[in-house]
Design a protein around this ligand. Structure first.
Ligand code: C2E
Ligand code: MG
Ligand code: MG
Length: 741
């Protein structure tokens, strides 16, 4: 082979080898590049995944251009994860947060902080502001070493912050709640309590945590009660009710409690939240209100409301069993006088004692109620016959025979009047039973008090009659149906007639002659007594003026005055006017008032009486001895005369030692010591007269001397009165009609 050929072959071989080497190198590089790219993509994918999984953003901030580039990963349409790159030249931070962000940035740039850290709101394209938590570090600097670019991650913490806020509010609320909040685990051990619990129970959080919730159990419930509430919580996840609890100091309190189970995420165990309100006070107030609504606070007896309820129930039972119910309506006799004379405080004590005595008399199994001032009722159930009610009423009356003892020294004699109505005989419903028993009681009073009466239908007519009387009385003055009669009083010292009492009479067109005992109380109740009283005063003074003109000198006119007149009308003015109009000297007028009037409103009574005494009018205490005046009290009143009640005179002069004689002589002695005149009322016999004369009573009034007489007859009686050598009244024309004994 020629050398040239050989050279060419060698060259070709060399070229081939070179080409092979070059090609091989290229292929390797290509392979290496591919490998590198794959790794790069893998790494990028991992980063993308990591970024996606951490739900953070990646961001870079160019400090010179003020440009923010953010990269976030969003799931694509398939299973892939897309990269979203946003370039934001107008990055909006909430104006409130901006100063803080800038501060942080400056601090980092200055080198005061190792990293840029901030939590702030940024503008969200769609729905306003979102909270971001960003962290970052410098990633490039300029030649002068100044940071030009910061990069880092950020995370949307809006939901987290919202969550945190809710949690904070919840904690705060629980902390400040007035209700106790207790969290216990499913083995009923304390996990958490709030301050209200500590206030309520006295236990601090540290004292209870881990302890069994039975720590505050109270003895008010048995163990079964607590066991049931726990079982309900476990089974239904819920319990609500009222529960007594015991404080650390042993005091007990009542709670309204509600408990609910809450599931703990990721745990098979549950927690229970108990919310409790202390309702001890509320319950006490409720009980007090219920008590006030149903009981009388003075006597602690059931009141009208509870009576109505018990009576209804009694009637229902009786209807079912075919038995009988009795209602006793009891009113204390003359209680008003006691109240007026002894004062309301004593009156209240008497009512309390009367209530106790009544309850004791009827026994504990019957309902005794107080339905008004001095009005009580008794419900008697299961009666075999009506007679049992009478027996019970009598027992009550007997129980009051013994006086009530006040302060262990004052004896107060008080008697009841009782009306009885029966189911089913008289009424079917409580209101009617009550009405009928009341009517019967009223009749018992009318029949002289201190007794009981069973209701009859005719009683209703008497109540109607009472209403009729009041109506007629209203027209009595204008119809000229009133007149006065006069009863003389004899002076035992000189046998002369010194005084005459004016007594009112009513002859009604509809009702005939009506006794003042009957119509005066009606006139007082209805207020008519003021007008009638003025009429009486004027009429009596006119009569006296007539008598004086007819030649009768030196006689005083006594006029009865009721409480209403003295206390509730301008009596002084009326008296002055009438004296002026009739020309009667005030010294010839005497006003008669009963004890109860003087003791009631003692201050006002005394003041008005002073006025009368100043102008010279005399004051007599009528029916003395029946009320409760004390001697010490009388001494302070400007009175001139005591009139001993007829009740004490009746038995005088009868053989044997009697109490009335002792009382009468005491009253006479007492009156003398006080410088008062004494008149004995209702003197009917010579024996009574002799007794009174012997004991130096000043004056007597009564049938022995004369019955009350019309004006002219009384004048004649007095003009003819011969005086008193032997104290025997001379037979006169008047005696023919009212023969002296
Ligand atoms: P009083 O003021 O105590 O009057 C005495 C009452 O006893 C009178 O009854 C009189 O008729 C009666 N009486 C007098 N002597 C005897 C007697 O020897 N035996 C008996 N059995 N009774 C005698 P009267 O007139 O029925 O008056 C009853 C009460 O009515 C009076 O009691 C008085 O409280 C009241 N009254 C009468 N008139 C008036 C009046 O004008 N105004 C006021 N506010 N009350 C009056
Ligand atoms: Mg009188
Ligand atoms: Mg009298």
């Amino acid at each position: 082979m020629p050398a040239t050929h050989y050279m060419a072959l060698l060259l070709a071989l060399l070229v081939l080898t070179l080409a092979g080497v070059v090609l091989g190198g290229h292929r390797r590089r290509e392979r290496e590049q591919r490998e590198h790219l794959r790794e790069l993509r893998e790494r990028e994918e991992k980063l993308r995944l990591a970024l996606w999984a951490s739900s953070e953003y990646y961001w870079q901030y160019d400090l010179e251009r003020r440009e923010l580039e953010s990269i976030r990963i969003e799931p694509g349409r398939k299973d892939d994860l897309n990269l979203r790159i946003d370039l934001d030249a107008d990055h909006q931070i909430h104006p409130d947060d901006l100063p803080l962000v800038l501060d942080r940035l400056r601090a980092y740039v200055r080198g005061d902080a190792p990293m840029f850290l901030s939590e702030h709101r940024v503008q969200d394209g769609t729905d306003g502001w979102r909270w971001m938590r960003a962290r970052g570090r410098a990633v490039s600097r300029n030649d002068a070493g100044r940071i030009t670019r910061i990069a880092g991650t950020a995370r949307d913490v809006s939901a987290h912050r919202e969550h945190e806020r809710e949690r904070r509010i919840a904690t705060e609320v629980m902390h400040n709640m007035a209700e106790a909040v207790v969290v216990i685990d499913d083995e009923f051990r304390y996990v958490m309590v709030n301050p209200a619990f500590t206030r309520m129970s006295g236990y601090e959080l540290a004292e209870v945590v881990g302890n069994d919730a039975s720590l505050t159990n109270s003895d008010q419930h048995d163990a079964a009660f607590y066991a049931q509430s726990r079982a309900a919580m476990l089974e239904q996840g819920h319990w609500a009710g009222e529960m007594w609890q015991r404080r650390k100091d042993g005091r007990e309190f009542l709670c309204a409690m509600q408990s609910n189970a809450i599931n703990e995420p990721g745990s098979p165990h549950r927690l229970f939240v108990l919310v409790a309100t202390d309702i001890t006070d509320r319950r006490r107030i409720e009980q007090e209100l219920r008590y006030l609504a149903n009981y009388d606070t003075l006597t602690n007896l059931p009141n009208r409301t509870l009576l109505a309820e018990r009576l209804s129930r009694a009637i229902v039972r009786a209807r079912r069993q075919g038995s009988c119910v009795a209602l006793l309506f009891l009113d204390l006799d003359r209680f008003k006088d006691i109240n007026d004379s002894l004062g309301h405080a004593t009156g209240d004590r008497i009512l309390r004692m009367a209530a106790q005595r009544l309850q004791r008399a009827v026994g504990p199994s019957h309902t005794v109620a107080r339905i008004g001032g001095d009005e009580f009722t008794v419900v008697l159930e299961d009666l075999a016959h009506a007679g049992e009610a009478d027996t019970c009423a009598q027992r009550v009356i007997d129980a009051f025979d013994e006086p009530l003892l006040i302060d262990e020294r004052h004896e107060i004699a008080i008697t009841p009047s009782i009306g009885i109505s029966l189911y089913p005989d008289h009424a079917q419903v409580p209101t009617d039973l009550l009405k009928h028993a009341d009517t019967a009681m009223y009749q018992a009073k009318a029949a002289g008090r201190h007794t009981f009466l069973r209701y009859t239908e005719s009683m209703d007519s008497s109540t109607r009659q009472r209403a009729g009387l009041i109506a007629s009385l209203r027209r009595a003055i204008e119809r000229n149906e009133l007149r006065l009669v006069y009863q003389p009083q004899l002076s035992l010292a000189d046998g002369g007639i010194r005084c005459v009492e004016a007594l009112l009479r009513w002859y009604s067109t509809e009702h005939g002659e009506v006794s003042p005992v009957q119509f005066i109380p009606l006139a007082e109740e209805s207020g008519m007594i003021v007008g009638i009283g003025e009429w009486v005063l004027r009429e009596a003074c006119n009569t006296l003026a007539d008598w004086q003109r007819a030649g009768l000198p030196g006689v005083t006119m006594a006029v009865n005055v009721s409480a209403t007149q003295l206390l509730h009308s301008d009596l002084p003015r009326a008296v002055e006017r009438i004296l002026r109009e009739t020309g009667i000297d005030p010294g010839q007028l005497e006003l008669e008032l009963t004890e109860s009037v003087l003791m009631a409103k003692a201050g006002l009574a005394a003041e008005r009486l002073q006025f009368f005494r100043r102008i010279g009018v005399s004051i007599a205490v009528d029916d003395f001895g029946t009320g409760y005046s004390s001697l010490a009290y009388l001494r302070r009143l400007p009175i001139t005369t005591l009139k001993i009640d007829k009740a004490f005179i009746d038995d005088l002069g009868r053989p044997g030692d009697n109490e009335d004689a002792a009382i009468t002589t005491t009253i006479i002695a007492m009156a003398r010591s006080l410088g008062l005149g004494v008149v004995a009322e209702g003197v009917e016999t010579a024996e009574q007269l002799a007794f009174l004369r012997q004991h130096r009573c000043d004056m007597v009034q009564g049938y022995w001397l004369s019955k009350p007489l019309p004006a002219e007859q009384c004048l004649a009686f007095m003009l003819e009165w011969p005086g008193l050598p032997g104290l025997a009244p001379r037979a006169t024309a008047a005696d023919a009609r009212h023969p002296a004994p």
